[in-house]
Ligand binder design. Structure first.
Ligand SMILES: Cc1ncc(COP(=O)(O)O)c(C=O)c1O
Length: 391
């Protein structure tokens, strides 16, 4: 859904002409440093680390929080699989929790899944919908846990007047091709916590101890990886960041128009939203009483050439399709495998989150478009109204 144009071309040209494509080696103060500052400001946090993907941001966040073997991390059963793979990358085990009708973590189930080994909750703001962050932060405080927000599908969204990613102890963003803003592949970790920031900074750059900022670091260095972003991608992201609020406003306006027009249009309600002001507005979720009616709605939309789909068919986003997790193949090497590093037996099964499967199979998605002319939206709404009336 991203918008990309001449401004990004100019930004890329500027970097290429500067011949400075690497963020360090004299690149300090360059595009990436500026992007990190601008993104931290946009989200309302002290620190941002730009990385190569949302997955890298999640892994860096967990490293920042000191998570490792023996730890459990609660993730929703409905999210892109990377949310569940990130704990495995640091040697911890993902524990799957139900989502409710809001399509985000069900707080009651999260509490049920907490054990003495639980260290982190990862609420995922799926399809731009804010999770119930009051409940998440309350549960975390009660059980002394950390919260890593997965805002990969919710760049710029908010909850309770704060941007998503700024409410938990840290937040992860993705800027891959499918996200609200993009540089093709990219990500960012944000936090107000100096220790999380420094640990993530060290981990994302194996050469961290040789950089200009090394003397100012308070955290002892440890072996890191390479999740460094480059100056071309950061230059694109700086332009994309300036587009973000306008896009969110346009999408939310479309979504509100659709909600007003489709209220009482057919046998569905709207999935509840934890903060209608902070919703990114990318997706309108319609909740049906049963799957056959939802499927008839999709068939009608398909015939009328309206883009619509259902989360139950979204493959890699539904836990039943996460084979490497369900089969507990947590690493390329058994000695590194988180499932061999915990002293308890972890159990997964295809039917372990029945509420999630029920909600996903009764939900249909319609999509907004920040660049769509109003007449086109009106035509789409009329078509959907006709489809819904015939159900
Ligand atoms: C909810 C969620 N978490 C994490 C990721 C991982 O992001 P990336 O693909 O940038 O690694 C994605 C990306 O699709 C996502 O949708």
């Amino acid at each position: 859904m991203y918008i990309i144009d001449k401004e990004e071309v100019d930004a890329v040209q500027r970097v290429i002409e500067s011949k400075q494509l690497f963020r360090y080696r004299g690149g300090e103060g360059g595009e990436t440093d500026h992007f990190e500052k601008e993104w931290a400001e946009k989200i309302g946090v002290t620190y941002a680390v730009a990385v190569t993907s949302g997955t890298a941001a999640l892994i860096s966040g967990l490293v920042g929080m000191g998570i490792g073997p023996g730890d459990e991390v609660i993730v929703p059963a409905y999210t892109f699989m990377a949310t569940a793979l990130a704990p495995l990358a640091v040697g911890a085990v993902p524990i799957l929790s139900e989502v409710d009708e809001s399509l985000t973590l069900d707080p009651e189930d999260v509490e049920r899944k907490i054990t003495p080994r639980t260290k982190v909750i990862i609420p995922v703001h799926m399809v731009g919908l804010p999770s119930n962050m009051d409940a998440m932060m309350e549960i975390a405080a009660k059980h002394d846990l950390q919260v890593l927000e997965d805002a990969c599908q919710a760049d710029g969204g908010a909850y309770g007047g704060k941007r998503l990613g700024a409410i938990g102890h840290a937040g992860a963003f993705s800027f891959n091709h499918f996200k609200i803003i993009t540089c093709g592949e990219g990500g960012a970790l944000v936090t107000d916590d100096r220790e999380i920031y420094e640990r993530a900074l060290i981990f994302h750059d194996g050469g961290c101890s040789f950089r200009d900022h090394a003397p100012s670091m308070q955290t002892p260095f440890f072996a890191g990886w390479n999740f460094r972003i480059n100056e071309i991608l950061s230059a694109i992201l700086r332009v994309q960041t300036t587009r973000l609020d306008g896009m969110l406003e346009a999408m939310l306006t479309e979504k509100r128009t659709m909600i007003a027009a489709l209220n009482d249009a057919g046998p569905f309600t709207f999935n509840p939203i934890h903060d209608v002001e902070g919703d990114c507005g990318t997706t309108l979720a319609l909740l049906f009483d049963d799957e056959p009616t939802m499927r008839r709605f999709l068939a009608g939309c398909d015939e009328a050439e309206v883009r619509a789909d259902t989360p139950i068919d979204s493959g890699r986003h539904v836990y039943t399709n996460w084979d490497v997790v369900l089969n507990q193949r947590g690493s390329h090497n058994p000695a590194f495998d988180a499932y061999n590093l915990t002293d308890v037996e972890v159990e997964y099964s295809q039917d372990m989150c029945p509420r999630t499967l029920d909600v996903l199979s009764r939900t249909a998605y319609l999509y907004t478009d920040p660049a769509r002319p109003r007449e086109e939206l009106d035509r789409l709404i009329e078509t959907v109204q006709r489809v819904a009336e015939q159900l």
